[in-house]
Write a protein that binds this ligand. Structure first.
Ligand code: C2E
Ligand code: CA
Ligand code: CA
Length: 708
C-alpha cells in the first residue's frame, strides 16, 4: 500500500524444467514489467518461495520430481491467492489438468502452445487483480477492526424509517433485539414521540443532504437511557444512523447543572437559576402582556437563632423551611387557581435566610397577597428540631412586573426594598412594593453619604445637658449629645441621623469621635478651672459589637488624661439581650478601670433584673416616656415608682430623664428619685454655657408661680 511498493517492479517466479520455455517466459514477463526469478524444478521453486514470496508465479504443471500441482498446494499452505497469485501452464485442452490446477489453488491457467503476447497481459491482469483483492480484504479487515472499536450502534434505514441493517456497538445496546426490529418500521418499535423526532430528522437529512442529530431517551430495563443519534444520508433514499448511549455524560451534565443551579443545603434552585427562571418568565410575560409577581421572603430573627442555637440548628431550620415550602407550594390546593398550580410557582433560595417565589401569569394583586399570607401562615406552624420546637415568622416583600420593574434585577431590588419595609412594620407581614419606598431608600442613601462627608469635614459637635441632684439642683454630671450642623439643611436631629448611622455602620467612627470629643471636653473644662464629676456618653449596640470598641475606650481615656470614673457609658437594653459574653468580660474590665455604666431609656425594652445583674451596671435612666405621664398617668406613675424602688433594692442609682415640669419633679422627689435630667433644669447647652453652670455648681429653679 505504500508508494515504495508501488514503484518497485513486481517480482515473478518462473518454474519450468524446459530451459527454452523459461527463456521465452522470462523475456515476455520482463517486457511486461516484471522482475523475473527462475526455478528449474519444483524443489528449487519451493526453496525460492521460502526465501521471499514473489508477486506472481508462473508454474509449469509437468515437471520431473515435484510437479506443478504439488508446488502449488504447498505454496497455498503459506500464501493465499491474493498474496501470491499462481498461473499454471498446462497441456493444450487438457481439461483434467485445468481442473486440477484450480483445485490445487491456481488463480488462472495458460495452455500450451503459449500465445506469448497474451501471456504477458494475463500475467499482469492476474497480478493486478490479486493485488486489488488483497487490498480489498485488508480494507475490510481494517473496517471490521474499526467497527469493533466504535461504541455506537449503527443502523441503516430507508427513507420511511424501516430498519434495513444494524451493527451493535460495544457500549450501546438496542432497544429490542435486532431480530425483532430488522425489516420493521421504527414506528412500531420505538415510542411514538421518539420515532417521530427521528423521522423528522431523516426527512431533513435526505432533503438537505447533510448530517442531522437528535437527542432522545428510552426506558431500558435498568432505567432511562439517553441517546444521541447522528443521521447521515446514504444515497437518496437511505440513511445511516449512528446511535450513541450518552446516559453517563448526561448524568454528569445534570450533576454539574445541579451544582451550578441548586443550593446544596436545601436542594432548592439557587440565585443563578432563579434569575434565569425569572428572565424567562418576564420574556413570556412581555410577549403575552401578562404580569409576574416576585415574592421576596426573609425569616425574622434568623440571626438570633443561628447565634443562640448554633449554625447546625440554623441549617436544619433552613432545610425544614425549604422542604415545607416545596411540599406545600407544590400542592395545587395551595392556590385555588389552575394557572398557579405546581408548574406555576417557582421558588428559590437566594442565600442565607432569603427565599423567593415567582408567580407567573398574575391577573390580580389579590391572588399574590393571598399567596403571601398563606406562605407566612405555612411557616408559623412550629418546626420540630431535635428536642425543641422553633416557631419562625417571616417578612415578605412583593414586586410585580411590569409596574414595579421592567427587568429581573429591578424587580428583585424592589421586592427586597418592600421586604425591608415589612421588617420596619414590625415583621411577620408582607408589603407590596411602593414607589415611595424607593424614594425613602434613596433619601436614606443620600443621608448616609452626607454623614460620611460630615464626619470628614467636622460638621458634628457636642452639646451637654446637666444632670442634677433632685433635691438641691447640684450638678452631678452632664450627658453629651451629638449635633449636626449640615451645610445645606441646617441643624439635623440625631433622631434622624443616628438610626441611619447605626444601620450603615457609620455609628462606629461617629461614636468614637463623640467619645474622644467628650473626654477632651472634660480636660478642657478642667484646664479652665472647673471640674466635672461625670460625663455620660451614649453608646449604641452596634458600636459595642465592633471588636476593638472596649480597647478604644481605654485608649481614649489614657490619651485625654481624664480619670476613668469621670466617664459613664449609656448602654441600651438591647445590649443586655445580646448573648455574646465577650462584651460582658470587656465591660467588667472597663468597670475595674473605673468607668461607669448606665442603662438608657430604661423600661422601654424587656430587660429583666436577672439580666441587669449580669452586667456591671451602676445606674438606670428612667425613660422620658414614663416621666411625661407624671404625675397623673396611673401606669407611668406606677412604673416609675416601681423602677425607683427596684433600683434602690438592687443598690442601683436612678435618674429620671425628660423632666419638664415642677409636678413631675415633685412626684419624683417623693418617690425618692435621686437624680434629674430635663428641660426644667436645663436644655442641652454648648460647652462654654456648661462651663458657667459648672462654676455656679448648681442650678436653681425659679420660684414657683404664686397663684396656682
Ligand atoms: P437619649 O439618649 O434618650 O437622649 C436624651 C434626649 O432627650 C436628647 O435628645 C435630649 O435633648 C432630650 N431631652 C432632654 N431633656 C428633655 C426634656 O425635658 N424634654 C424633652 N422633650 N426632651 C428632652 P436628642 O439630643 O435629640 O437626642 C436624641 C437621641 O439621639 C438620644 O436619646 C440618643 O439616643 C441619640 N443620641 C444623641 N447623641 C448621641 C450620641 O452621641 N451617640 C449615640 N449613639 N446616640 C446619640
Ligand atoms: Ca442617653
Ligand atoms: Ca434616654
Amino acid at each position: 500500500m505504500s508508494s515504495n511498493e508501488d514503484l518497485a517492479l513486481p517480482k515473478a517466479l518462473i518454474v519450468d524444467d524446459d530451459y527454452v520455455m523459461r527463456m521465452l517466459e522470462q523475456e515476455t514477463l520482463a517486457q511486461f514489467g516484471f522482475e523475473v526469478v527462475e526455478a528449474a524444478d519444483g524443489e528449487q521453486a519451493l526453496a525460492l518461495l521460502d526465501e521471499a514470496p514473489p508477486d506472481l508465479v508462473l508454474l509449469d504443471v509437468e515437471m520431473p520430481g515435484i510437479d506443478g500441482f504439488q508446488v502449488c498446494r504447498r505454496l497455498r499452505q503459506v500464501w493465499d491467492m491474493t498474496r501470491v497469485p499462481v498461473i499454471m501452464v498446462t497441456g493444450m485442452d487438457d481439461l483434467a489438468s485445468i481442473n486440477q490446477a484450480y483445485e490445487s489453488g491456481a488463480n488462472d491457467f495458460v495452455a500450451k502452445p503459449i500465445n506469448w503476447p497474451i501471456l504477458g497481459h494475463r500475467a499482469r491482469y492476474v497480478w493486478r487483480s490479486a493485488q486489488a483483492a488483497r487490498q480489498l480484504s485488508e480494507l475490510k479487515e481494517k473496517q471490521a477492526a474499526m467497527m469493533r472499536a466504535i461504541p455506537d450502534m449503527i443502523f441503516v434505514m430507508d427513507w420511511q424509517g424501516n430498519y434495513l441493517d444494524y451493527k451493535e456497538g460495544f457500549a450501546t445496546s438496542a432497544f429490542v433485539a435486532a431480530s425483532e426490529f430488522l425489516g420493521k418500521n421504527m414506528s412500531v418499535i420505538l415510542p411514538p414521540d421518539v420515532a417521530s423526532t427521528i423521522q423528522q430528522s431523516i426527512d431533513l437529512a435526505l432533503s438537505r443532504g447533510d448530517l442531522q442529530s437528535v437527542v432522545y431517551k428510552l426506558p431500558m430495563p435498568d432505567g432511562v437511557h439517553h441517546y444521541e443519534a447522528r443521521i447521515a444520508p446514504n444515497g437518496v433514499d437511505k440513511v445511516v444512523i449512528v446511535v450513541r448511549d450518552i446516559t453517563v455524560q448526561k448524568l454528569n451534565e445534570d450533576r454539574i447543572r445541579r451544582l451550578a443551579y441548586f443550593d446544596t443545603l436545601t436542594g432548592m434552585p439557587n440565585r443563578q437559576s432563579f434569575l434565569e427562571r425569572l428572565d424567562h418568565e418576564l420574556l413570556r410575560a412581555r410577549r403575552g402582556n401578562r404580569q409576574v409577581a416576585l415574592l421576596f421572603l426573609d425569616l425574622d430573627g434568623f440571626k438570633r437563632i443561628n447565634d443562640t442555637l448554633g449554625h447546625s440548628v440554623g441549617d436544619y431550620l433552613l432545610q425544614a423551611v425549604a422542604d415545607r415550602m416545596k411540599e406545600k407550594l407544590r400542592a395545587s390546593d395551595f392556590v385555588a387557581r389552575p394557572a398557579l398550580d405546581e408548574s406555576g410557582l417557582h421558588f428559590a433560595r437566594l442565600g442565607g435566610d432569603e427565599f423567593t417565589v415567582v408567580l407567573p401569569d398574575v391577573d390580580d394583586t389579590q391572588t399574590v397577597c393571598m399567596v403571601a399570607t398563606r406562605l407566612q401562615a405555612l411557616l408559623t406552624r412550629p418546626f420540630v428540631i431535635g428536642a425543641q420546637e422553633i416557631a419562625v415568622t417571616s417578612s415578605i416583600g412583593i414586586a410585580i412586573f411590569p409596574a414595579d420593574g421592567e427587568d429581573a434585577s429591578m424587580l428583585l431590588k424592589h421586592a427586597d426594598t418592600a421586604m425591608y419595609h415589612a421588617k420596619d412594620q414590625g415583621r411577620n407581614n408582607w408589603q407590596l412594593y411602593d414607589q415611595s419606598l424607593t424614594t425613602r431608600t434613596s433619601a436614606r442613601l443620600a443621608l448616609e453619604s452626607d454623614i460620611r462627608k460630615g464626619l470628614e469635614r467636622g460638621e458634628f459637635h457636642l452639646i451637654y445637658q446637666p444632670q442634677v441632684n433632685a433635691l438641691d439642683g447640684t450638678i452631678v454630671g452632664v450627658e453629651a449629645l451629638i449635633r449636626w450642623q449640615h451645610p445645606e439643611h441646617g441643624m439635623i436631629s440625631p433622631a434622624q441621623f443616628i438610626p441611619v448611622a447605626e444601620e450603615s455602620g457609620l455609628i462606629v467612627p461617629m461614636g468614637e469621635w463623640v467619645l474622644r470629643r467628650a473626654c477632651e471636653q472634660v480636660g478642657e473644662w478642667q484646664r479652665n478651672g472647673v471640674s466635672i464629676a461625670r460625663v455620660a456618653v451614649n453608646v449604641s449596640a452596634r458600636q459595642l459589637r465592633a471588636t476593638n470598641f472596649l480597647d478604644g475606650v481605654a485608649a481614649i481615656i489614657a490619651a485625654t488624661g481624664i480619670a476613668a470614673d469621670q466617664l459613664e457609658l449609656e448602654l441600651t437594653e438591647s445590649i443586655l439581650m445580646d448573648p455574646e459574653a465577650r462584651q460582658v468580660q470587656g465591660l467588667y474590665r472597663l468597670r475595674q478601670l473605673g468607668v461607669h455604666f448606665s442603662i438608657d431609656d430604661f423600661g422601654t425594652g424587656y430587660s429583666s433584673l436577672s439580666y441587669i445583674k449580669r452586667f456591671p451596671i451602676g445606674m438606670l435612666k428612667i425613660d422620658q416616656s414614663f416621666v411625661r405621664g407624671l404625675p397623673h398617668g396611673v401606669n407611668d406613675a406606677g412604673i416609675t415608682t416601681a423602677v425607683i424602688a427596684m433600683a434602690h433594692s438592687m443598690e442601683l442609682d436612678v435618674i429620671a430623664e425628660g423632666v419638664e415640669t415642677r409636678e413631675q419633679l415633685e412626684f419624683l422627689q417623693k418617690a425618692k428619685c435621686p437624680k434629674i435630667q430635663g428641660y426644667l433644669f436645663s436644655r442641652p447647652l454648648p460647652p462654654n454655657a456648661i462651663e458657667d453652670l459648672l462654676r455656679a455648681g448648681k442650678i436653681s429653679l425659679p420660684p414657683p408661680p404664686i397663684d396656682k
